[in-house]
Design a protein around this ligand. Structure first.
Ligand SMILES: C[S@@+](CC[C@H](N)C(=O)[O-])C[C@H]1O[C@@H](n2cnc3c(N)ncnc32)[C@H](O)[C@@H]1O
Length: 192
């Protein structure tokens, strides 16, 4: 899906809950607030939650309509800057962020590898990278998410981005949804 497809989808209706992803929120809660980059932030559920926890957040997405939903939310404040950009070409900076998070961004594997490498480069020494998305096994035993193997995650793909880092979690996890159990891949790692 390109930016106009996502704009159309967001224009039709709110897509995701305004609640933060619970796994990501639990892991981030243990960190001191700092500067965060939310890559593919969508309607900003994580960016808004992070700001409420005292983080300064850059929320990046190529859907202007998705970001506008977050921006219009009552909880939005000056701690979030909303940036319309394609993550495949955007400058993400070098060692600028205490936390970079990427939730449910699904791109063809070569693009995803490149994006993850640049996300990792944007993390400060001592900072964290958190990536969470649909696992390849979701196709055979999970529900929801993209139905193309070529854009789904596995632990090998996510692990490549953090060679030499302190990896706290790199694993498949299960997530309960209204339509059944979804299989996700989770990476949470600290840059030395
Ligand atoms: C499934 S949504 C997830 C949104 C958000 N991370 C969340 O968990 O609520 C995927 C998001 O990725 C964004 N996206 C997809 N490809 C992108 C790209 N190349 N550059 C920037 N954003 C992209 C879409 O616009 C969409 O908002």
């Amino acid at each position: 899906m390109d930016a106009s497809d996502w704009d159309r989808r967001y224009a039709e209706a709110r897509q995701w809950s305004v609640e933060p992803n619970q796994t990501a929120a639990r892991l981030i809660s243990a960190l001191p607030a700092g500067r965060a980059l939310d890559v593919a932030a969508g309607e900003g559920r994580m960016a808004l939650w992070l700001a409420a926890q005292g983080w300064r957040v850059e929320a990046l997405d190529f859907s202007a309509v998705g970001l506008q939903r977050g921006q219009q939310h009552a909880a939005a404040d000056a701690r979030v800057s909303w940036r319309v950009a394609d993550v495949r070409t955007a400058d993400l900076g070098e060692r600028d962020f205490d936390l970079v998070l990427v939730l449910y961004l699904h791109l063809p594997r070569a693009d995803m590898r490149d994006v993850l490498a640049r996300c990792a480069a944007a993390v400060r020494p001592g900072g964290h990278l958190l990536v969470l998305g649909h696992d390849r096994e979701n196709l055979s035993r999970g529900v929801g998410g993209p139905q193309e193997d070529a854009v789904l995650y596995d632990t090998a793909l996510l692990g490549e981005a953090v060679d030499g880092w302190q990896v706290a979690q790199l694993e498949q996890i299960e997530r309960s949804t209204d339509s059944g159990t979804a299989i996700d891949t989770l990476l949470f790692a600290r840059r030395p």
